[in-house]
Design a protein. Structure first.
Length: 303
């Protein structure tokens, strides 16, 4: 009987140790400080993985992409774009946006700028090194670009918020389907980040971009207003963005003026100009009440 007890205890110990090792290998919430020695580790040893929030919307995405399959593009050298993350309502607009981008050529890395909606990150500007699993495949991070961003001291790795952050997950649905070989560099901004801090980040980011990289400002604009009141605010927002007016951008009615400040600073730094007009839309145009709406701005910038 004693031997059986010892044997059972030994087996239990092995199981506990194995579980701890497995748990350590599955840890996703990791923050790397600039200059940390972990930057020298192989990417696989520090790679987290997140699963998209939107597996249930895969059929809607496919149907919308099919609708805009024959989209043509007048874009020359697109370097950035503004788009919504309002899933599922804005899926048709997102599909048209990404089909136009696809028609203009390939993209090496998508840098996605969005809000930290739930303020879960421990830093003002957070970056993710994770791979993201979507219904259409898995997207890998651009490790080299992310490490260079973090070494600038303006952003830090913090995976905490990215598992539930729809400003990032929404874009990955379309990127993974139309640009399956692209890499990603997701960046989110807490509301505690200042517009000046975000603009400094954008200027630094502009110096790090490759020739085929593309910045996505994943931002929604006016919220919870009647349609006509929302349209006025969104029109002013589009005007400020189109002119890359940094002062006006910081006061835009949006869920992340900080992401927009970073985006416009980057566009200014690379000498980009707005292409073809920025379009404003409202959730009531697609679905739902005209009294409780969300505003969208869509458009491209090119060099």
């Amino acid at each position: 009987m004693k031997n059986k007890i010892l044997l059972s205890s030994g087996i239990l110990g092995v199981v506990v140790i194995a579980a701890l090792v497995f748990s350590q290998n599955r840890i996703q919430n990791t923050t790397l400080q600039p200059g940390n020695s972990d930057f020298s580790l192989p990417s696989a040893s520090r790679q987290a993985q997140h699963e998209t929030l939107f597996f249930g919307d895969a059929d809607r995405v496919l149907a919308a992409l099919e609708r805009y399959r024959d989209s043509t593009s007048q874009l020359n050298r697109p370097i950035g774009g503004v788009t919504s993350h309002h899933i599922p309502t804005a899926i048709p607009l997102l599909a048209e946006f990404y089909q136009k981008l696809r028609a203009s050529g390939d993209v090496g890395t998508f840098v996605i700028l969005g809000p930290d909606h739930f303020e879960r990150s421990g830093v003002n500007i957070a970056a993710s090194h994770a791979s993201f699993v979507t219904p259409f495949g898995t997207l890998q991070s651009d490790e080299e670009l992310l490490v260079r961003i973090e070494k600038s001291g303006l952003a830090m790795r913090d995976e905490t918020a990215f598992d539930r952050e729809h400003s990032i997950h929404s874009q990955l649905l379309f990127i993974s389907k139309l640009f399956p070989n692209a890499k990603i560099a997701p960046i989110i901004f807490r509301s505690s980040a200042t517009n000046e801090e975000a603009a400094a980040f954008g200027k630094q980011l502009a110096n790090l971009l490759g020739p085929n990289d593309f910045i996505v400002a994943s931002v929604d604009f006016s919220h919870y207003l009647p349609k006509e009141q929302a349209r006025s605010l969104d029109y002013l927002a589009a005007s400020a963005l189109g002119s890359l007016n940094q002062g006006r951008v910081g006061s835009i009615d949006a869920d992340s003026p900080q992401a927009l400040s970073a985006f416009t600073a980057a566009m200014s730094a690379v000498g980009a100009t707005q292409s073809g007009g920025l379009e404003t839309y409202n959730s009531a145009d697609l679905f739902g009440s005209s009294d409780y709406t969300t505003g969208y701005v869509f458009g491209f910038f090119e060099k």
